[in-house]
Design a protein around this ligand. Structure first.
Ligand SMILES: [Mn+2]
Length: 433
């Protein structure tokens, strides 16, 4: 179904971006359609920057921002194609639905760009994604250089739009948060459903099917990323994606999966025993990870950096590894030598939004980027034991929540999923009786 109207705030976002470089010309391309051999079409997913700036969801579109105006380029209406691919907006409807200043046809892009570049003093375009487009843009810049009589000064300065867009995309507005909250709630509910239903004798894939069914039923329209359904030793493979083994009594089940709403995704991991209880070893590791996850949630607030929270997670998990006897020696040395990395090889989290690893800057020229209200990040400490010889062999635990930075702290958007051992074991006992 075509949209009838998108909020005016997309035009405000475009003008805000242009406001960061008012004499620039910004050029963006939307995603193309994915068609593989034998005319097989895959679901279309818009490029995230393009979605952020337009919410226009047809393939092969382009956007130019220059001189205080937005120009959207769309495919021509074509009945014979629309029979196959669905109705297109066309020029008139695109203009009124997406609140852009001008709409042109994609086939006029190169000519229009030549014209629009004449007054620009610099260009923002992300090179390296598409050779033919890169060549077309560089050709336009070359001819604009000659038109403007700038030959003796050289080409128009050329920049990557990533830093400016990242700055805008990391802080979420209320409209974005409405989708993010829905995605987080639906995904947490689907996780809870698994906690209440999964049992030995089912396969990882059965659990995946149940998850997908309930996350869609709860309002998500896509999965946000390739999900991980890893039981037993599989949980120690960080990007395990086969998801095809049988679930066995005594093992833990690590599930990293979430859905998205209007292209905004959640990102959740839970770990629970397939039987009704954690073993003592599983319990020790789970407690260490949960303790760290809770501490990070309490710590997140405006003014601290990602490095601060990651360092704190390293410190806490190393302390736990020392008291469990996995590591020995003193805390400072163990942190300094990086001994923890064998058991905690990833970061404590990442920005979240239109992409599961969302656009955003962590540090800039050696300076840490500080958290601000409206930023969204994951909190996902974990411990993994792949090597035989410890009582923890085969255990992999990760606990991942989604945090919204508020004025004074953090809100856990995934709070509907129980995390305490007692709550988990109570639910698991019901399944296993
Ligand atoms: Mn994550």
């Amino acid at each position: 179904m075509l949209k009838s109207d998108v909020p005016f705030l997309y035009q405000e976002r475009r003008m805000k971006l242009l406001g960061l470089a008012p004499e620039a010309c910004f050029i963006f391309f939307g995603a193309g359609e994915v068609v593989r051999s034998n005319d097989t079409h895959f679901p279309f997913r818009q490029d995230s920057d393009f979605h952020y700036l337009t919410e226009f969801d047809e393939p092969d579109a382009a956007l130019i921002l220059v001189n205080g105006k937005s120009h959207l380029f769309v495919l021509e209406r074509d009945e014979s194609r629309e029979v196959w691919d669905g109705e297109r907006y066309g020029i008139e409807r695109a203009q009124s639905v997406f609140h852009v200043d001008e709409v042109h046809l994609v086939r006029d892009f190169a000519a229009k760009l030549d014209e629009l570049l004449i007054d620009a003093k610099e260009v923002y375009y992300s090179l390296g994604n598409h050779v033919d487009r890169d060549r077309m843009i560089l050709k336009s810049i070359h001819s604009a250089t000659r038109f403007q009589g700038k030959g003796r000064f050289g080409h128009l300065p050329f920049h990557d739009p990533f830093p400016l867009l990242s700055e805008l995309r990391t802080v979420k507005d209320g409209y974005e948060l409405s989708f993010i909250r829905k995605a987080c709630s639906a995904s947490a509910k689907a996780h809870l459903q698994l906690l209440k239903r999964v049992r030995a004798g089912m396969s990882e894939f059965d659990a995946f099917n149940e998850f997908q069914y309930s996350v869609f039923k709860n309002g998500c329209t896509e999965l946000g990323y390739g999900p991980i359904f890893a039981s037993g030793l599989n949980a120690t493979t960080l990007h395990y994606v086969r998801n095809n083994e049988m679930l066995k009594h005594g093992d833990l089940f690590l599930i990293d999966a979430a859905g998205e709403v209007n292209s905004y995704t959640s990102d959740i991991t839970q770990t629970f025993p397939i039987s009704s209880q954690f073993s003592p070893e599983q319990k020790s590791i789970y407690s260490a990870v949960l303790d760290t996850n809770r501490a990070i949630t309490r710590m997140v607030k405006p003014g601290i950096s990602y490095r601060d929270i990651h360092s704190r997670s390293v410190e806490m998990l190393t302390e736990h590894l020392l008291s469990l006897g996995v590591l020995s020696g003193d805390l400072k040395t163990q942190i300094h030598t990086g001994a923890f990395r064998k058991y905690y090889p990833h970061g404590v989290g990442h920005y979240l939004g239109l992409d599961v690893h969302d656009a955003g800057i962590y540090h800039e020229r050696g300076q840490d980027f500080l958290l601000k209200p409206g930023m969204l990040l994951t909190n996902e400490p974990g411990l993994y034991f792949r090597e035989r010889g410890t009582p923890y062999y085969g255990i992999g635990v990760r606990i991942e929540d989604d945090l919204l930075v508020t004025e004074s702290g953090a809100e856990v958007l995934t709070h509907e999923l129980p995390r305490e051992i007692e709550d988990i074991e109570n639910l698991r006992r019901i399944v296993n009786t």
